[in-house]
Design a protein around this ligand. Structure first.
Ligand SMILES: [Cu+2]
Length: 193
């Protein structure tokens, strides 16, 4: 999907800088396929295509930001961002919810970031029945993973390689935090669809 984002961005440049490039591409395709150039109102149909490309670009810009954050190039942001009701206001690495639907297991790093005081990714979306495996980096001291609604809670440990698993069977938005580091913004969320 990275490739598509870049392609879309290139289209924007073409449209704003020299819209003729997109137009000529569309024209070539039309003439090759139909060889009926004389009867096709090329200007009008090309205009429609160009508008469609332009509309898609607001979304891909957001996706680019998430790539910078964690390098997960093949993961996209969800189409409709859940309402976390301010949960992520003080979380440094929250940059939208990453779409992990279709996966049986998803890994979240515990103790990410320069200080080891983040979960990464901070927000994920999964299907009901998916297991999330939290894995400790060993950075930032002792951490845990504690659901706001007490539906799950891990041990409080600092060992590198420690893991805690939870399978999310029911749909809903689950926020969780690290008990010692909540005030420092060590918080995450799992949106189950
Ligand atoms: Cu912590």
């Amino acid at each position: 999907m990275t490739d598509r984002s870049r392609f879309d961005r290139r289209d924007v440049l073409q449209l704003t800088g020299a819209g003729l490039l997109t137009f000529s591409l569309a024209g070539c395709t039309a003439s090759e396929a139909g060889s009926g150039e004389e009867s096709v109102p090329r200007g009008a149909s090309s205009d429609d295509d160009a508008d469609d490309n332009g509309n898609g670009n607001g979304d891909s810009d957001e996706a680019d930001e998430s790539e910078n954050g964690d390098g997960e190039e093949d993961v996209e942001l969800v189409d409709e961002e859940p309402d976390y009701d301010g949960w992520f206001d003080d979380v440094d690495n929250y940059d939208g919810t990453l779409d992990f639907t279709g996966e049986d297991t998803v890994e979240v790093v515990v103790g990410a970031g320069d200080d080891g005081l983040l979960y990464d990714p901070a927000a994920i979306e999964i299907d009901a029945g998916t297991t999330v495996v939290f894995e400790w980096t060993g950075n930032g001291g002792d951490h845990n993973v504690a659901a706001s609604d007490d539906s799950f809670e891990s041990e409080l440990v600092g060992d590198e390689g420690h893991t805690f698993e939870h399978t999310f069977d029911d749909e809903g938005t689950y926020t969780y935090l690290c008990t010692p580091h909540e005030a420092l913004g060590m918080k995450g969320a799992v949106n189950v669809v």
